[in-house]
Design a protein around this ligand. Sequence first.
Ligand code: ADP
Ligand code: MG
Length: 612
Amino acid sequence: VALCEAEAAPPARSGPGAVEPRFNWKLFCQFLRPHLLVLGAAVVLALGTALVNVQIPLLLGQLVEIVAKYTRDHVGSFLTESRNLSTHLLILYGLQGLLTFGYLVLLSRIGERMAADMRRALFSNLLRQDIAFFDAKKTGQLVSRLTTDVQELKSSFKLVISQGLRSFTQVAGCLVSLSMLSTRLTLLLMVATPALMGAGTLMGSALRKLSRQCQEQVARATGVADEALGNVRTVRAFAMEQREEERYGAELGGSRSKAEELGRGIALFQGLSSIAFNCMVLGTLFIGGSLVAGQQLTGGDLMSFLVASQTVQRSMANLSVLFGQVVRGLSAGTRVFEYMTLSPCIPLSGGHCIPREHLRGSITFHNVCFSYPCRPGFQVLRDFTLTLPPGKIVALVGQSGGGKTTVASLLERFYDPTAGMVTLDGQDLRTLDPSWLRGQVIGFISQEPVLFGTTIMENIRFGKLDASDEEVYAAAREANAHEFITSFPEGYNTVVGERGATLSGGQKQRLAIARALIKQPLVLILDEATSALDSESERLVQEALDRASAGRTVLVIAHRLSTVRGAHQIVVMAHGRVCEVGTHEELLKKGRLYSELIRRQALDAPPPETPR
Ligand code: ADP
Ligand code: MG
């Protein structure tokens, strides 16, 4: 069996030494492609805004020039002379607002659509992954890739186009108009600004690092509190309140001192940058003023210069903030795209189906060895051989942790065996279509049924999406569920809670049975289906299961041996192997493992007839 990426990867947790995957530009472009036209329009509008912004300082300078003239001479009408200029400025302001509105609308349209497409693609690919993939990952992490990471990528993208493009154009445009105003001043500015920006960026990156450490420390403190509050019963039972307080206090102290350090850093940064900024203004005024005094520059031009140079500085500051955002966006994007391209070892569909009329339902495990991909060193099944004859009930018993559920998972093809093979009617499961196998051949009922937060009708129909209402009722009757469903005021339209919280364990289990039976499976797997139930529900569920078992190939996994007496064959497994096979009587007569288990359970548990 070839190992795929998911199996070969060490169980999650990308430490500092782990090789980070790269940002997938190709995939990004694929998502961008449908929006290229709109993006082009947005870029044009953003550039337009920037060009308008470059114009504004020049006109302001001219206005100042007029004002200055009237402070000197007091002749003519200020209003008439400035009217043209003011109207021009007003029009530019209006245009700037309109363009800004335009490109922001277009950008948010692109961003939201791309984000939705990415989420859809990622979700769909996540659902396709092997069960082994989910064994190794935390659900919370997967969900955060769908939410936070996509969000981060989207906002970075929007910022780069809007702020980035705009700031860049403004810097370029203003530098051109600055140099037209005064080459000497511009040269001075071009030396001073990058030097200051460089120093600022250095400080900024140090601050960012500090801020990340700060967040990590806060997360550690929160983790301690979360654990203690979430498991308060255990904390109370061990009288550990004092210790938890100390633990939380220590982490909190760490986060406080880090945060203070960050605060001092930010304060220093702000203080220094305000000094630098003011010195730049003063320096420009001083040098510019001497130029004005030497008749090499007009007062209005100096004003234009001041406003334009501040636009440059603001834009460059924007760009440096943007840089951090881009880095974050790229790493978020890397996380988003990582699982979009991951392909599972066991595909959802593909392979051939056996036509219903030829299907007998005989299942054989041939010398199967298996260890879970996330625990490769630990062999759960060793040379496991077992045949489930068609139409017969085989019970699998053995100690908890012995590998019984694993056998069922292999049959469902949640995993492939490491060695050996599982066959259905003599054909290797790996050659058969998994979706056909799971959807039409095998019905699986587990100890903890999971219902979805919708109506009972929909929950049962989950087993066969095109089932008619009649089929749903029939399945519910077969599963002993019809009666309790119709006793609800809303009958089949009753909405069950997220995890079926409004139903009792036995009711949930009977709905799960109906859901499995509606697909008329030829093979039924019952994995400790009744062991979580009280004896009254157990009777109802067992009755339904007995009825459902008739004429099917059934694998009953049971911990409680009283429930498997009627099986055609009982298989006792230990240490990942089959140890004993036979009927209840035969195995009792042998007097080995099975009779030992029976004896032990008779000692442990009260007889099944007495309510517990
Ligand atoms: P049983 O159903 O007989 O109680 P299981 O088949 O659930 O036993 O488990 C057999 C062994 O495999 C146990 O040691 C268990 O810890 C391990 N195991 C079960 N599921 C997984 C999994 N998803 N990943 C890794 N190990 C597992
Ligand atoms: Mg189990």
